[in-house]
Design a protein around this ligand. Sequence first.
Ligand SMILES: Cc1cc2nc3c(=O)[nH]c(=O)nc-3n(C[C@H](O)[C@H](O)[C@H](O)COP(=O)(O)OP(=O)(O)OC[C@H]3O[C@@H](n4cnc5c(N)ncnc54)[C@H](O)[C@@H]3O)c2cc1C
Length: 403
Amino acid sequence: METADVVIIGSGIVGSSVAYHLAQAGCTNVLVLEREAHQGKGSTGKSMGGVRAQFSTPVNIQMSKYSIDFFSKFDEVVGHPADYRAHGYLFCATNEKHLAYLNANRERQGALGVTNVEWVTPEDIVKMVPQLRVDDILGGTFCPTDGFVDPHSVMMGFMLNARERGVRLWLDTQVTGIDLECGDLPPLSKAATSRRTPKDARISGVNTSRGFISTRVVVNAAGPWAAEVAKMASAELPVEPLRRQLVPTEPFDQLPRRFPMVIDMSTGFHFRREGKGILLAWNDPTETPGFKTDFDAGFVEKILTRAASRVPVLAEGEVNPRRAWAGLYEMTPDHHAIIGPSPTVKGLYFVNGFSGHGVMHSPASGRVASDLILHGHSDLIDASQLSVQRFSQGTLLHEAAIL
Ligand SMILES: Cc1cc2nc3c(=O)[nH]c(=O)nc-3n(C[C@H](O)[C@H](O)[C@H](O)COP(=O)(O)OP(=O)(O)OC[C@H]3O[C@@H](n4cnc5c(N)ncnc54)[C@H](O)[C@@H]3O)c2cc1C
């Protein structure tokens, strides 16, 4: 029978980071299961690759601080490229409420060691992006170490390094069930398990399209499918898929070759350079949860209206809807990740629900998950804040800086 000390379900950027951090800590009898023929077919391959420390909650700021520092030395430490580009994130405020919000965030960021977030005036903003309409902009913040990575490279780097240390990756392997046992009793079917008291349930193995694997520890790194995987172990996980669409322009030379990610706080529209073109993003508030990955052609007009309003030259940008794409955010009710052990199933760990931040927080989440599995605690953050119990205990976090 196949066995592993730890089975990770999902080989996206999060599962790969968990594998890397476990291997780094000396835990190499790890098996990563991926149902697709290649890595990166889930949310990771659809991401915009943005990384930033400009958050409002301490836990997100701490996760970013560790992760951005990690990205800055990724190539050297991991031995593979992350393509980290420190081009910055520029938040542009158009009312007093935005300014107060950015001010409070900047103070919190500084107190947690992110001391390089600068106040910028409309004049500073025009210097960075001369084509921006700033008549209604009151000011903003700019953090030069925010920027972008190549999500696919980061994911591959983590996994290649982990595999060099002995971690196994099985592609084309769908997890179809998770077996539990109670005390000394033999493994149970899912239906029987749900009739037992949950507190004495523990992992005994996973069923896959390639047979049974015996293990005591399962890591749920299944991205937008995390709730389905949790259900296989009769566990509840409040993670919902939410479509997110991105629109690249054709080559566009009327904006600088290098400029930060710009966020127009009046609409939430944001954009950055991607090769010769510009990558446009906007969170459509009419979007509803579900596994929708088709690109809606009607979105092009919605986003171009916001783009041209803030950057008038973008009205001349050409867009081929066939090059636009949609992917899934993995949303939790308070827009923060869920990291930690299941309270009902011993040996089951969640690393889920990144709500749009899974790429930028992948180094920290892999490290925290590995710490919790191997030591039961992490000195990187107070991981109890991210436990799934916060939803039943009513200790939700509140992050307003969601893009
Ligand atoms: C359009 C878009 C833009 C984004 N922009 C950003 C950004 O700028 N910055 C940022 O930080 N984040 C961004 N995100 C979010 C980020 O991409 C995700 O949070 C992150 O990729 C999640 O990684 P993951 O490894 O958890 O999930 P995934 O990459 O989805 O990986 C999960 C894997 O699990 C596998 N799997 C699922 N079920 C099973 C099963 N039963 N058996 C075997 N395998 C299974 C899937 O095939 C998949 O490969 C964006 C997301 C989208 C969609």
